[in-house]
Design a protein around this ligand. Structure first.
Ligand code: FAD
Length: 402
């Protein structure tokens, strides 16, 4: 098949590798003139690592990232709110904190080892005729028709309207400032740590292992500070010293990390809750954040994107190439991914205000309910299942379909 992939991010690159290895003719279209990662660090869960292993890339990720065996969150009264161990019985189950640039390099290297055509500086503005799809970019250039167009252009891109103009799409008022900092004294290894003050302040430190362009050869962390995006310009004008003072009032060790960076190293991340009614139309299909963007509260978006990519390549490659065969394969793709994705969207949606909002009641509820769920055995096991990326709607565990 001739396959076009829109977006050279996590989902797009994973899909390009998976489709190319199945013998398809793959072209990737990216709006940036140089393919690059956006953002700081992320946590890959066991489910996402399974998808990377399927692509033969888990070892490379493990060698660059940092193992995270525990999630620790406390409020500024010193009360433990979250203490989740991936696997209380052994250290065989863990998350992997990884610099986005490291994940990008791994995926990009693997993609370039395949016969994939990468077209940079091609910002897709429209997809004409979903039955015989043709891409049109912002300068009016056209490419196609293709046997399949995979839209993996992230949560902020409006191309999903080609597939489904119905559904909901909401920008969260809160985002986060993120930076990669060297962990000079190796204070933060092994756990994702967070500190909360009500739900209006959240500081997090995630170990991410090596940072490709850093002079520090030891471990690094991704530091994040919750912020409403409407307050970003003011925070920027106030500068790093003010941020450092604010952070210091809640968590001095985290504030010390700012000593090693300047304000420009902080990037503002924003996120949306994206729920289009349909994921496919004709020969066009949505994957990753384009299909189901969420807030990063549960650290699952990139995992879901990787799983989407390998599942789609497996299911459509088994399909007959005619329109009926493709429609069936895409319907099957939606069916097998639906309950997994729906669970994480639902859970992220209700958890986000507990950590990012002005509601004191939400913070109070969080501080009562979450500690209970850490210690009551059935709830603790459900929490672990959720964390590892193996939960789905219903009582069964998610199982890979690739
Ligand atoms: C602050 C923050 C923290 C996060 N932490 C985690 C975490 O710990 N764990 C986790 O699993 N997930 C996390 N996520 C979510 C994760 O980043 C996303 O789910 C993941 O990047 C989605 O990948 P994607 O390929 O679908 O989209 P993206 O990574 O957004 O890639 C989209 C690509 O498409 C390109 N593009 C966009 N529009 C066009 C166009 N019109 N034409 C051509 N190209 C286009 C973009 O330039 C980009 O390269 C986090 C997200 C944020 C914001």
């Amino acid at each position: 098949m001739r396959i076009a992939i829109v977006g050279c991010g996590v989902a797009g690159q994973a899909a390009a590798i998976a489709f190319a290895r199945k013998g398809h003719q793959v072209s990737v279209f990216e709006r940036f003139t140089a393919a690059k990662p956006v953002g700081a660090g992320l946590l890959l869960q066991p489910s996402g690592l399974a998808a990377l292993a399927h692509l033969g890339l888990a070892e490379a990720a493990l060698s660059r990232g940092a193992r995270v065996s525990r999630l620790l969150g406390k409020n500024t009264n010193g009360r433990s709110v979250m203490d989740i161990v991936y696997d209380p019985k052994s250290d065989g189950v863990f998350g992997l904190g990884i610099h986005r640039a490291s994940l990008f390099e791994i995926l990009h290297g693997a993609m370039q080892a395949e016969p994939v055509a990468l077209r940079l500086g091609f910002e897709v503005a429209a997809i004409e005729d979903t039955e015989q799809p043709v891409l049109v970019d912002t300068e009016g250039r056209r490419e196609g028709p293709f046997d399949l167009v995979v839209v993996s252009s992230g949560s902020h891109c409006a191309l999903r309207d080609t597939v489904s103009s119905e559904g909901s799409d909401r920008l969260y008022p809160w985002g986060a400032l993120w930076a990669i900092c060297p962990d000079i004294e190796d204070r933060f290894s092994g756990a994702l740590r967070q500190v909360y003050h009500r739900a209006s302040i959240m500081i997090g430190v995630l170990p991410v292992g090596m940072a490709p362009e850093s002079t520090h050869k030891g471990g690094h962390v991704a530091l994040f500070w919750s912020l409403k995006h409407k307050d970003y310009e003011r925070a920027k004008a106030d500068g790093l010293e003010r941020l450092c003072t604010s952070m210091n009032g809640f968590w001095s060790e985290a504030a010390e990390l700012l000593d090693h960076i300047d304000f420009d190293a902080l990037s503002l991340a924003t996120y949306r809750d994206v729920r289009p009614r349909r994921w496919h139309s004709g020969r066009v299909v949505l994957i990753g954040d384009a299909a189901h963007g969420t807030s990063p509260q549960l650290g699952q978006g990139a995992n879901l994107a990787l799983i989407d990519a390998v599942t789609l390549a497996t299911l459509t490659s088994e399909a007959k190439g005619d329109a009926g065969g493709m429609a069936q394969a895409l319907a099957r793709y939606r069916k097998v991914r639906r309950s997994h994705v729906a669970y994480y969207q639902w859970a992220s949606r209700w958890m986000t205000p507990l950590f990012q909002s002005d509601s004191r009641m939400a913070a109070g509820l969080r501080d009562i309910i979450l500690p209970l769920s850490n210690h009551i055995p059935p709830a603790a096991s459900w929490t672990r299942r959720t964390l590892t990326g193996y939960a789905k709607m219903g009582v069964r565990r998610w199982r890979a379909d690739f």
